[in-house]
Design a protein around this ligand. Sequence first.
Ligand code: 13P
Length: 343
Amino acid sequence: MTAFDELHRTALALTTRGKGILAADESTGTIEKRLKSIGVQCTEENRRAYRDLLFSTKGLSEFISGVILFDETLRQKDAGGTPFAEGLAANGIIPGIKVDKGTVDLPGHPGEKVTQGLDGLAARFDEYRELGARFAKWRAVLSISDDLPSAHAIEVNAHALARYAAICQAQGLVPIVEPEVLMDGAHTLTRCAQVTEAVLQAVFDALHAHGVVLERMLLKPNMVVSGTECPQQAPAAEVAAATLTCLRRTVPAAVPGIMFLSGGQTDETATENLNAINAADGAKPWALSFSYGRALQAPVLKAWRGEVANVAAAQQALLKRARLNGAAQQGTYHSPPNGKTAT
Ligand code: 13P
């Protein structure tokens, strides 16, 4: 089997029906915020113990096809001394790695960012493959305001994503391409749709220019939603229709899967919206699934609070969200009536 066949197979395995990806690749700064929010100190051991809790959840592989790790986590071991990547793979879950080095201000463009981490990337991929990673992630961030994002920010971020994806495939890993249009702001659903369409169009132009093989990658976009401060919050059916219109216009059918980020939606809303997208009529030539961070982990952190005695409850909380999102991937999730929680 050539490396390229392996990449296509990995991309397809990540999009298995009823499964999605757990994004557990928070950088040290981000996981510090999450741990602080539950009163847990951000030591290396606490970060390890938290990830151990997530990955040792019994039954997780029924709903989770892959996990995205941070550099430090890929080098850590579970309580029994097995490297996390090895334990996950033995359990049928594909290990992945976040390879971008975060965002920096885009010079001359106040309020805009560009993602860094391209220098030395090929050599880092070689090591990550050795450590067991089979796919990777690079996140670009674009903000919406009355006059943002600028054409320049869209272009440089698309360029970096395409450079990353081409290097990733050349080194034998599947790239997840993540252009995130942030939810922050008072903008409408229509404005989010316009910006997301422009961003995805630029990203696929760049992927094409850089020779990225579409069958051997996955896309991780935002859903088309109303801005968090918008007084008119579009319901799930409108989110689904706008998201699918945008994706049909921009994402070639050769891409095996579109794995949405949750982007700050509540866990229940992220599940409802994914379900509405999968339940909607019309052409859907790609698998449509999840690669959620916060929407899978928020209830876990809340249940755990750093206490050994709460580990089982926290794992149940993770399994529940994974199972409900697995159903949403198939369009068979039933939202609970108002005021009730899904079981
Ligand atoms: P959220 O689902 O919390 O947006 O995180 C997904 C992710 O991987 C962001 O890069």
